[in-house]
Write a protein of this length. Structure first.
Length: 357
């Protein structure tokens, strides 16, 4: 696969990871320039900053608008960095291109909306600019691929994806659940498409930026887009997830970049072990489903309802506690149990409808 940097910015020297960094939002000319200068001093070559901010609720800071594009021009002039910003409609695209923005990205709320994506794609026809498409807020790989396809069909070839996690209801360790299998499946489906990870929006907290970045590197992601601010505690948006430029630099220096293509004999042996364990897992799951079907039969004969929430809550609580004791994450175990429960219910419904094999 061609290197991300040579795809997005031909001629720029490259090493994995490609790093894009900068504040969530442009706030003032001073904040933009001071952050950019500190990042540039730390070796960052691509500066990010939101100008138009899609906020969950009205009344929040919605971005400084087109004036911020002037500040990005200043960043280019003063630091020689490339600049990137988020676009969500035709006007944004036109204004950003007119201001010589080097890379455009499409946010998670926009990539979830095919009308907005088509409008953006139409406004990019005949233009040669790198475009990065964030995953939609909901975990829908087809919607993500559809958004990417619209941009590709408009003629854009310098194209990449950004994994920023998926919205969820309730309190979790992550702000947006990583659901790593989704970007991994995207990579399987479109192997030549570079993928960056956005640890800031996945984690939502400073202390998660480094571990998530490491995980992304271990999984072979091409790059990172990280929120960094000259005074994170005073940021006008996403302050709990932004890091100082020097902290970002420290984190990047401590990242371990492993050769993702390396396959040693040991690795082969370990993979064989995983294959065997997966087989055992499947056998055990199948055994569990058979018992579920028997329970379904019992419920049918006694006219009982299939989903009994009290029982399900007990299962969740005890198994999650057990998993945490064993060193696994509670969120992970909840996801596994939910998936197993859904399949059990589906099997019991089959029994109810007399379609069980
Ligand atoms: C951002 O990058 O600041 C942003 C708004 O991200 P997302 O679209 O991933 O929420
Ligand atoms: Mn943000």
């Amino acid at each position: 696969m061609e290197n991300l940097q040579s795809i997005l910015l031909p001629g720029v020297s490259h090493n994995r990871p490609l790093v894009i960094a900068g504040p969530c939002s442009a706030e003032t000319p001073e904040q933009v320039l001071s952050t950019a200068k500190q990042l540039a001093e730390n070796g960052i070559k691509i500066f990010r900053s939101g100008i138009w901010k899609p906020r969950t609720k009205p009344g929040g800071f919605e971005g400084v608008g087109v004036i911020g594009l002037e500040w990005l021009k200043e960043v280019k002039k003063e630091t020689g960095m490339y600049v990137a910003t988020e676009v969500a409609n035709r006007d944004h695209v036109q204004a950003a291109l007119a201001a010589d923005v080097d890379i455009l990205w499409i946010g998670a709320r926009t990539s979830a909306n095919p009308f907005a994506m088509q409008e953006i794609a139409d406004s990019l026809k005949g233009v040669d600019v790198p475009v990065l498409v964030k995953n939609p807020v909901n975990p829908d790989l087809e919607l993500w691929i559809g958004a990417i396809e619209r941009i590709y069909n408009a003629g854009i070839r310098r194209l990449g994806a950004i994994h920023r996690g998926f919205s969820t209801y309730g309190k979790h360790l992550y702000r947006n659940l990583p659901q790593w299998h989704i970007p991994i499946e995207l990579h399987r489906r479109i192997p030549e498409l570079p993928i960056l990870c956005d640890p800031s929006h996945i984690g939502g907290k400073r202390e998660l930026v480094a571990p998530i970045s490491q995980q992304a590197m271990d999984m072979g992601f091409d790059g990172l887009i990280v929120e960094s601010h000259c005074d994170p505690d005073c940021a006008w948006s996403d302050k709990s997830q932004q890091v100082l430029p020097e902290v970002l630099n420290f984190m990047l220096n401590t990242l371990v970049i492993r050769d993702t293509k390396q396959t040693t004999e040991n690795l082969t042996l370990l993979r064989q072990q995983i294959d065997r364990i997966d087989n055992e897992l499947l056998e055990i799951l199948n055994k569990r489903m058979r018992v579920s079907r028997e329970i379904g039969q019992y419920k049918k004969e006694h006219s009982m309802q299939i989903v009994q929430t009290g029982r399900y809550d007990d299962i969740l609580k005890s198994r999650i506690a057990q998993a945490v004791d064993m060193g696994m994450s509670g969120d992970f175990m909840r996801d596994v149990l939910q998936a197993i429960h859904e399949e059990s219910v589906r099997q019991q419904i089959e029994v109810l409808n007399d379609r069980a094999k």
